[in-house]
Design a protein around this ligand. Structure first.
Ligand code: SF4
Length: 360
């Protein structure tokens, strides 16, 4: 009984707080503001929870480059297709990547030509697959940001311990700092991706305020998102660059030291190409020399791939907040989740798929 009363009071208090944040958002009468959802999950959650409908006209939400599949360039898909078509190679990948168009074909197209593509839910699954299938050469497509890179490293470490010679990874891992630099000026406030900050900590985002960049770290529940938006609007009106961690139950100033140490042991930074943003210096991660026996690019001597996107596709502009998915001429006509023309329509975290799914 006592527990019920406490629970009810907590829920009443939460409801009150939510309303307060909601009121701040609904009653905002400050200057026009563009807020970038860096993370694709934020884009989808904000749509799903109906938060967009609360926003006054002068508050514009724009999507950013935080969907790992979306920012992976066409050249990487071409490399993966090339690998998949080599005799004896099995490509292990997250399901989203299979339908992303390459220059000539997607991995789904390669599968129709006989390539062996195995869908996995983690790099650990791929490493396990390699262990159980010693007759196959297994390559895991390692895409993602600071959040997923540690698990790729862990799979490589395990493969070494188990002396697996048939496991390697094709890296397209990216880090956010370079993207923030490249996107400076695209938005007034960044909604930083909470799960990335859980690994990296908050030092970088805090230091960006010195360069005039404002942002808040946001969580993923309705309350966390409303709070993050309300704080953004309140602080924006004060007219000074700001940083606030609105996800303190998960994000600390120093981040996850264990994950940082693991990545540092196996990987080093490299220049990396981002769809729409081009090559950003030091914005990628690759295996260090001492781990290169697990680097698929080195192991298979993959030829350079230039990668050409469909000229009608505006994913690059969408990812930089330069246009909305609905501004793309083929959105919802030629390009749909069933027949995607670009990566942003394929991925569950993609802005185009969110706009399509929620009927914008
Ligand atoms: Fe690319 Fe399709 Fe989005 Fe247009 S609607 S930008 S073609 S993914």
């Amino acid at each position: 009984m006592m527990q019920d009363i406490t629970k009810n009071r907590t829920s009443e208090r939460n409801e009150k707080q939510r309303k307060t944040a909601r009121e701040i958002i609904e009653q905002y009468d400050g200057p026009p503001v563009r807020i970038m959802e860096v993370c694709g999950t934020h884009t989808h959650e904000i749509f799903r929870l109906g938060i967009r409908k609360l926003l006054p006209k002068q508050v514009e939400l724009i999507s950013g480059p935080g969907c790992p599949v979306c920012v992976t360039p066409v050249g990487f898909i071409d490399e993966a297709v090339w690998l998949a078509l080599q005799a004896g190679v099995t490509v292990c990948t997250f399901g989203d990547l299979v339908r992303v168009p390459g220059t000539k074909m997607s991995l789904a197209g390669a599968r129709e030509k006989g390539a062996k593509i195995q869908i996995v839910y983690s790099p650990a699954d791929a490493e396990k697959y390699a262990r159980l299938h010693p007759e196959e050469q297994v390559v895991f497509l390692s895409v993602g940001f600071e959040t997923t890179t540690p698990s790729s490293c862990l799979s490589v470490k395990k493969a070494k311990e188990e002396q697996l010679e048939n496991y390697s990874i094709l890296t397209a891992n990216k880090t956010m700092p370079g993207a923030y630099e490249a996107l400076k000026g695209s938005a007034d406030v960044f909604l930083y991706p909470g799960h990335v900050n859980a690994i990296t900590g908050t030092a970088l985002c805090e230091s960006l305020t010195k360069e005039g960049v404002s942002g808040v770290v946001a969580g993923f529940t309705a309350k966390e998102l409303l709070t993050a938006l309300a704080v953004s609007l309140k602080r924006y009106q004060e007219g000074k660059p700001f940083f606030v961690n609105c996800y303190p139950r998960v994000v600390t100033a120093e981040g996850s030291k264990e994950a940082q140490r693991l990545v540092d042991e196996l990987m080093e930074s490299c220049d990396s190409e981002w769809r729409g943003l081009g090559v950003i210096p030091d914005s990628g991660m690759k295996l260090r020399k001492e781990w290169e026996m697990f680097d698929a690019r080195v192991k298979y001597q993959i030829p350079e791939m230039e990668g050409r996107a469909n000229p009608a596709c505006r994913c690059g502009d969408v990812l930089q907040g330069k246009c909305k998915p609905s501004d793309c001429k083929v959105f919802g006509k030629v390009c749909t989740p069933q027949h995607p023309v670009g990566a942003c329509m394929v991925s569950n975290e993609g802005a185009c798929s969110a706009y399509f799914m929620y009927g914008v």
